[in-house]
Design a protein around this ligand. Structure first.
Ligand code: CP
Ligand code: NVA
Length: 305
């Protein structure tokens, strides 16, 4: 069976742990280890990217493979060719496909016609590669995953919220999502995260009060209030979000030794203040680095090398 990674719960708790353990080993071992020698990976971007694009390109190279980085907007996919036909062709050339696109059904269609693994490099609904790096960072800083309380504040309906729910539940985290009215996570995702948490000892809670949400939490996370593609959706993406900004007052309510994560790019002064982003509790640069290590481990799991 082809190992696709389209959303966080495509990894079982055991698979996730194995990938994270391998990611730690990849990080510690700076020596050349090239299991992708002779293999190519297409990395296709229909939206902007700095971290994901760079970390996949560098990581595939480090593993001995050939990364092929493509602006999806220049492909025939952007004209009349279907996703499935594109996928059939890609399967004849490359050993894995990494794709950043819009609606989740697009990447599901890519995977459905693919003979090689398809990896989600961000869709409107999920950002699972980011959450693997987040989990690696949490374990590095706090020494454990199961039982850790993580609070995400902001757009509960976006890709980071959904991926933290599913990926966090898979790792046995207690995931809290605090969002303004009208920005709730998708009910299906909540249900799936809840089910996953029941098997791992984690939990999933949705709140509307940001202060209650961060009380005693071990990890605070936020993300842009306006995700790529939402710029003109007609919603007020500022005023309802202001109480959810991660600032020093909110951080003070968290558990002693709590850390702060942000997938980046950050909008300083909006969803997070300069003081918090640049304080010792902020793990955002390690988090960005861990994209590289986590994705190398994920590629090895997906390709089976
Ligand atoms: N966090 C993240 O995915 O960053 P990029 O959009 O720069 O890839
Ligand atoms: N939610 C953000 C994440 C960016 C990495 C977006 O989709 O734009």
């Amino acid at each position: 069976m082809v190992r696709h990674f389209l959303r966080d719960d495509d990894l079982t708790p055991g698979d996730q742990l194995a990938v994270l353990d391998l990611a730690d080993r990849m990080k510690a071992d700076k020596l050349g280890f090239t299991p992708l020698t002779g293999r190519s990976v297409a990395t296709i971007f229909e939206k902007n990217s700095t971290r994901t694009r760079l970390s996949f390109e560098v990581g595939i190279n480090q593993l001995g493979g050939q990364p092929i980085v493509i602006d999806g907007r220049t492909m025939q996919l952007g004209r009349e060719e279907t996703i499935e036909d594109t996928s059939r062709v890609l399967s004849r050339y490359v050993d894995a496909v990494v794709w950043r696109t819009y609606a989740q059904p697009r990447i599901v269609a890519m995977a459905s016609a693919s003979r090689v693994p398809v990896i989600n490099a961000l869709t409107d609904e999920f950002h699972p590669c980011q959450v693997l790096a987040d989990l690696q960072t949490i374990r590095e800083r706090l020494g454990r995953l199961a039982g850790v309380t993580l609070t995400y504040l902001g757009d509960g309906a976006n890709n980071m919220s959904h991926s933290l729910l599913l990926g966090g539940a898979t790792a046995g985290l207690h995931v809290r999502v605090a969002h303004p009215e009208g920005f709730a996570p998708l009910p299906d995702v909540l249900r799936d995260a809840d089910k996953r948490a029941a098997g791992t000892g984690g939990s999933v809670t949705v709140l509307s009060d940001p202060h209650a949400a961060v009380e005693g939490t071990d990890v605070l996370v936020t993300d842009s209030w306006t995700s790529m593609g939402q710029e003109n959706d007609g919603k007020d993406r500022v005023s309802p979000f202001r109480p959810f900004q991660i600032n020093e007052a909110l951080v003070e309510r968290a558990a002693p030794g709590a850390i702060v994560l942000h997938c980046l790019p950050a909008h300083r002064g909006w969803e997070i203040t300069d003081e918090v982003l640049d304080c010792p509790a902020s793990a955002v640069w390690d988090e960005a680095e861990n994209r590289l290590h986590a994705q190398k481990a994920l590629l090895m799991w997906a390709v089976g090398v």
